[in-house]
Design a protein. Sequence first.
Length: 498
Amino acid sequence: MDAFTSLLDGFGTALTPINLLWAAIGVLLGTAIGVLPGIGPAMAVALLLPVTYGLEPTGAFIMFAGIYYGAMFGGSTTSILLNTPGESAAVVAAIEGNPMARTGRGAQALAAAAGGHFVGGVIGTVLLVALAPTVAALAVDIGAPDYFALMVLAFIAVTSVLGSSRIRGLASLLIGLTLGLVGLDGMTGRQRLTFGSLQLADGIDVVIVAVGLFAIGEALWVAAHLRRASGDAIPVGRPWLGRDDLRRAWKPWLRGPLVGFPFGAIPAGGAEIPTFLSYVMEKRLSRHKDQFGRGAIEGVAGPESAASASAAGTLVSMLTLGLPTTAVAAVMLAAFQQYGIQPGPLLFAREPDLVWGLIASLFVGMVLLLALNLPLAPLWAKLLRVPRPYLYAGILFFAAVGAYAVGGDPLDLVILLIIGLIGFGMRRYGLPVLPAVIGVILGPAAEQQLRRALQISDGSPTGLVNTPFSLSVYAVVALLLAWPLLRKVIVRRRNVSA
C-alpha cells in the first residue's frame, strides 16, 4: 500500500503541465524515430542525452520513458506494414502483421499492436509498482546455467514453430549463429570470421542484420517478382478493430505481460525472447491455428503486449539494482549518472519524487501513445497505397541511412547488401528469417553464459543443469522437441480406439 500511495504522489509530479509536455514530446519523437529502420529507442535516447542536459532530471527521464514506449510502437509500425522492423523487439510483429497488411488489414494490425502496447504497458507498470523488490531478488539469484537454459529454450522454440519444417528453421538459426560469431572472442580476444578486416572486429550490429534480412531481402524479393505479380497498391481496409478481432485479441493482450514482464526484469535478451515466446504460446492456444503465417491477429496482439510489459520489467532491475538489462536501460543508467544520481536500493528513498514521477509518467505516456496512434493507424496504413516500386525504393533508402547511422562506416552498407542477398536467398528456399535474427541477437550471449557455466563447474557438463530453474527449463525444451512425436502417437491411438 505504501508503494501505491507513493504512486499517487508520483501522478502529482507527472501531471504537471511541463511534464505532460515532455511526455507528449517523447511519445511523438519515439514513434517517429521507431518508424525509421535501424534507429531504435536506445539510439534515440543516446542522441538526446546532450540535448536534455539542461533539463530538470524528472522532466528529462519522463521524456526518455516516452521515447522508449513510442519507439517500440514505431518499430512495430514498419514491421507490420513494410516487413521492416524498426528495432529488434519488433521482429515478431512482422510474422503475422505483415500478412495482415498484405491482405488489406494493415490498420487492424496496427490497432491490435497499439492495444497490446497499452494493455501490456499498464499491466507491466502495475507489476513494477507491486513486485519490484521481489522480482529484483529473483534476478540476483539467477546464474549463468539458467541464462543459457533460457536461451536454448528460445532457440528450440523459434525453430519449432516457424517455417515449413524444423530443418529449415534450424538452418536459418545456424546462419544467424554464424553471423553472431563474427568479431573478437569475448574471452580470448581472438578474431573470428573477420577475414582480416579491422572493421569487423566489433562484430556485425544486430540492427544491420535485421534490416538486411527483412528490408533489403524483402525489397529484392518483391523486385524479382514485380514482373510476374501485380504492382498495384494494397488496400488499407477498415481503420478499427471489429467485434471478432476484439474477441480474438483481448486474451492475448492479457497473456502477453505474464511472459514479458519477468523476462524484462532479468538480463536474458530484453524484449526479443518474450515476444517470440508469446507468439509460440498464442499459436499453441489459438483456435485458428490454420491462420498463423497468413495473418492471425493473435500473433500481433500477444507479442506486442509482451514487448510493452517487458519494457516495464527492464526498469525493475535498473531502478532497484542499477543493473541495465537492455541497451535502452544502459543508456538511461548513463543518463542517471549524468545527473549525479546512482540507481540502486537507496534510490527510492533518496529520490522519491523522481522515481515515482517517472513510474507515473509511464501510465501517462501509454495513454498518450494510444490516443496518438489509434487515430493515426489508417494514416500509417496508407503507406501501403504507395505503388510498390516507389515504396521499396524508399525502404532501401531508409534502410541504408539507418544502417549507416549505426556506426558511420561505409563498410556497413556493403555488409547490409550482402546480408540482404542472404535474406533474398532464404526467401527463395523457404527458410524463415526470424530464427536467423534471434541467432544473431542471442548467440553471443548464449556462448558467453555457456562458457561461464562451464568455467564455474571446471568444465563439467553437469554445471549446465545444477539448478532447479535450469532443470525446469530443459524439461520444457524436451517437451517442445518431443511434442510432434507425442501428438502423432496420441492421434494414432485415438484413431485406433475409434
